[in-house]
Design a protein around this ligand. Sequence first.
Ligand SMILES: [Zn+2]
Length: 637
Amino acid sequence: MDNKQGLTYSEIRQAILDKIPTQVGITRIEFEGPRLAIYCQKPEFLQENSHIVGEIAGIIKKRIVIRSDPSVRMGEIQAEDIIKEILVEAGLVQAYFDPALGEVVLEVEKPGVAIGKGGANVVEIVKKTHWSPNFKRSPPIPSMTIRQIRGFLYSKSKDREKMLRETGESIFRPIYQQSSDVRVTFLGSARQVGRSAILIKTRESEILMDCGINPGSRNAIGSFPRLDVEEFDLSRLDAVVISHAHLDHCGFLPYLYKYGYNGPVYCSEPTSSVMTLLQSDYIDVTRKEGKAPPYSAEDISEVILHTIPLGYGEVTDISPDVRLTLHNAGHILGSSISHLHIGKGLHNIVYTGDFKYGPTALLQPASSYFPRVETLIMESTYGGPDNFTPSREETESRFVDICNKILKNGKVLIPVPAVGRAQEILMVINKHMNEGNLLQVPVYIEGMISEATGIHTAYPDYLSHDVRDQILKDGINPFESDYFTVVRQHDMRDEIVEGGPCIVMATAGMMEGGPVLEYFKRLAPDENNGIVFVSYQVAGTMGRRVQSGMGSAQMYRNDGKMEIINIALSTHIVQGFSGHSDRRQLMNYVRRLKPSPRRVYVVHGEESKTDNLARSINKLRGVRGYSPRLLDTVRLA
Ligand SMILES: [Zn+2]
């Protein structure tokens, strides 16, 4: 039988050898994850004659990377000295060598200067050292997470190389079954917000979209995706795709590695960094609550080792009959909408993850153009018939009014998820204090917010054009301000709680653990204080209960004993900062998606909302709307 996806490995090899002159000295041709790596002794020749690589890629229909053969690479210490000389005007901050790929990540202050005219410095570095440079702007706030990930990958470069080769061989294995029978099983996030996990199967491959936890559930069976069912077979899984770093989408991923999965994870590069931060925090928080976390730090390391980051718009083979492309989702840093092209045009699925079809200060709105779409799987957090968020201006002025009122005599507590809303609110507070609209009081920030903010500044290309230009062109850090103080020592809390009016921003966003609870316990009994919710509160969480106006709460004291906290502070909800699309934006997305989908599966919403939204979608011409139940399997093609 023939290989439906194109050329066999030996045909590919021949096509490469035909096109590349022998003087280049090819030593190996190998799969490197979804790409094909050509190892050679003179990579600079192909760098200078880049049309040759372009021609080959056109023939074999695969992405190609050129790697220097390890035997010709210069020693790392000597290479770094030479690179320093070449980049003397670019402000080299850090160099990270990656022996698995023959790449050196160079953090520089001026990437434009570093690359040189027409890429002259790139060619010079390759020629002199035989390492290929990968320039990154050094972030204004250094991120420990990114540093640790790079260090870890360096120490594991042999394992990484092996993983990429095996993944590549599996992706490009010959197809013996014609692509057919595209089926979807909802293992989580069906008629609920939480534990996103959607299995997509063809006769040839199996792909898991997201693998999250349910923060609102108290029992094991409700907390995690239903991986215990017959439809799910870990040993047959080709790939996991993670839409974004929130725990309800990636919090259960390390568990797959604990139980023997050793395949790849695809996501954007910022998602990979933020996900590591949030998964590690999840272990800490779970332990602090006296519970056993479902996985360990080693399992998170396995995730890092197996992650293949993709840029938006990069069309990538992830199995013999599935091609994945990530697009901007506008929800949080690095969040992605996944487009899956199955078979040769057999079926196309768009999975939104969480998305914002509208502008925010931080991010560009979600993409709505795709080459083809038959099936749309869409979130519906704010999909209810009355979930209309006010305009941006109304939202900001309401937020400012509420804070000003509380600040006359009290303190403002804002529970925020470390990633996304925190950075958005920091920018809003800074703007309105500078403009004199908001009382200029100290703003205290506690939890992982500053580390998450550091990760934001490392990936300016993923932010809104405004914020990106501030960082790249003007060298401004938009998350920094004279009003902000990062709380690093716990004993500072006493001063804050006993001091004058102030704003406290703390994690966790849904008040399920974290420093926000410490502040809440001490600020709640005073009616002069106020709590302001700026993000979605999942049913069953502490945040949701406070939001609904409960008068007292049983909470643990620091000595482990329970105490009853009287809740007298005022409670406020400001909806318009949400990183989710509201009802109008969700309907507009279905209407305006190009091309128009035939079927829409509504997920990631409370039961009443998914039902109602699916019924409204059903009334649109030529589109069927469904609200699948947990463990439903549907056949798409
Ligand atoms: Zn999310």
